[in-house]
Design a protein around this ligand. Structure first.
Ligand code: CUA
Length: 173
């Protein structure tokens, strides 16, 4: 069979490497598709829009509404605003082994939030509410870091997450 790449490339060795890279690329795309289906991986499905310039006027993201709130089922909701350069409120305290749902909105540009040594991480896109639910198994003090470059103060954009033992863990903000 005539090599279809012959039309664009004369050199046999070069064609061989083009084929190798094509096969690799198709193979990797196939693996990605396979694992996405097999492990039931989805992008974050919470699509909720919000006017980033009017967060202070909303019921949920006004300054006095931010922080930790208990729900009837025993879980917690943490409402945060990400803004250059911090996450507000700047210190939050949650009990370990408890379902915590973070709801975060950006007041300005794209930010990301990441808590090292936990699985808590998400992008915070202006105009959308980011929602992540997780459980912190370990107590201690963690940093809430911004992991999307957002300006000159990006490397100083962090807040504190304190995970306290569950028994004494009264929610507070
Ligand atoms: Cu916010 Cu980087």
């Amino acid at each position: 069979m005539e090599d279809p790449l012959k039309a664009i490339c004369e050199d046999a060795l070069e064609r061989k490497w083009v084929w190798i890279s094509l096969v690799l690329a198709v193979g990797m795309a196939g693996m990605l598709a396979y694992y996405a289906v097999a492990s039931n991986i989805h992008p974050p499905s919470n699509v909720e829009t919000i006017d980033s310039s009017r967060l202070h006027l909303t019921d949920e993201f006004a300054e006095d509404k931010l922080g930790v709130r208990s729900n009837d089922d025993g879980s917690l909701t943490v409402t945060l605003v990400a803004a250059r350069y911090g996450f507000y409120p700047q210190r939050i305290e949650v009990p370990a082994d408890t379902r915590v749902t973070f709801r975060i909105a950006s007041a300005d540009v794209l930010h990301g939030v990441h808590v090292p040594f936990t699985n808590m991480t998400t992008m915070i896109v202006p105009g959308y509410v980011s929602e992540v639910t997780t459980v912190f198994p370990n107590t201690g003090e963690f940093s809430l870091l911004c992991n999307e470059y957002c300006g000159l103060g990006h490397d100083a954009m962090w807040s504190r997450l304190v995970v306290v033992p569950k028994t004494t863990g009264e929610a507070s903000s």
